[in-house]
Design a protein around this ligand. Structure first.
Ligand SMILES: NC(=O)c1ccc[n+]([C@@H]2O[C@H](COP(=O)([O-])OP(=O)(O)OC[C@H]3O[C@@H](n4cnc5c(N)ncnc54)[C@H](OP(=O)(O)O)[C@@H]3O)[C@@H](O)[C@H]2O)c1
Length: 226
């Protein structure tokens, strides 16, 4: 596979390193993508900041190449799935490409259901990231809140070069439950994005359209069991 990387900063740079011989083009602000170069690619992995997504979105759609998007802090248009289908492409959007985040998703859903037996539980999600992160709360924290599906306080801190720490606390007067995920190295996001791209390119059971990372992961797991 020949993959291009759009946004080669702290996270996209790890994708570039890990792709090795599979890397085709690298794009950033100085070297913006062109339709021609995107079309030469089998797929594109995107790690531009959320505020840059609208600069490139239409071009990536027009190219028709499969795309794995890690950008956060962007409100995706409601008709995105229709547009991606109309060009016969497959996309995955992830607020967090760590494969372990799929274990967390199931854990949060279990906590949400199980908390029905607790007396007046208070929910709190706290996230910590490096000082250059533009969006707050993080896309991951927003996904956690969506999976929890309860009224929940969400707080953020920006410190040093932290890759990403997320913590959910459920507290009553008499007990506290804590679920914590810590990204130890940015390569986990690159690994997950490359894994997702391999699925988009090689898995013949995937229809055209837009998947969340969780939907893609569950589809592959279900298929491997059957
Ligand atoms: N989903 C996940 O698993 C995950 C994990 C980590 C981060 N993220 C998200 O990924 C995004 C990037 O994070 P980061 O920390 O890697 O950022 P970063 O270090 O600031 O890198 C951003 C990259 O995007 C490029 N870029 C910016 N505007 C562009 C434009 N209009 N056209 C083309 N390229 C452009 C930059 O190019 P220049 O260097 O030329 O400016 C740079 O290469 C953020 O939204 C972050 O929240 C997601």
């Amino acid at each position: 596979m020949k993959i291009s990387v759009l946004g080669a900063g702290k996270t996209g740079g790890k994708v570039v390193e890990m792709l090795g011989d599979h890397l085709l083009h690298t794009f950033d602000e100085e070297h913006p993508p062109t339709l021609e170069k995107l079309k030469e690619s089998d797929g594109v992995i995107v790690f531009v900041p959320g505020d840059a997504v609208s600069d490139i979105l239409d071009l990536v759609i027009e190219s028709g190449v499969p795309a794995a998007w890690g950008s956060t802090g962007f409100d995706w248009p409601e008709d995105l799935d229709d547009k991606v289908r109309s060009v016969g492409s497959k996309w995955v959007l992830a607020t967090n490409f760590s494969l372990g985040m799929n274990i967390i998703r199931n854990s949060i859903k279990a906590i949400s259901a199980g908390s029905a037996i607790l007396k007046d539980p208070a929910f709190h999600i706290h996230e910590v990231h490096h000082i250059h992160k533009k969006d707050a709360p993080s896309g991951t924290a927003l996904s956690w809140k969506e999976w929890l599906d309860k009224a929940c306080k969400v707080t953020s801190a920006r410190e040093g070069d932290v890759n990403g720490i997320h913590e959910l606390t459920v507290e009553t007067d008499t007990e506290r439950i804590t679920l914590k995920h810590e990204a130890l190295d940015r390569s986990i996001f690159a690994e997950g994005a490359i894994w997702a791209m391999e699925q988009l390119l090689n898995n013949l059971t995937l229809n055209d359209g837009v998947y969340t990372f969780g939907q893609l992961f569950d589809h592959i797991m279900k298929e491997s069991k059957s």
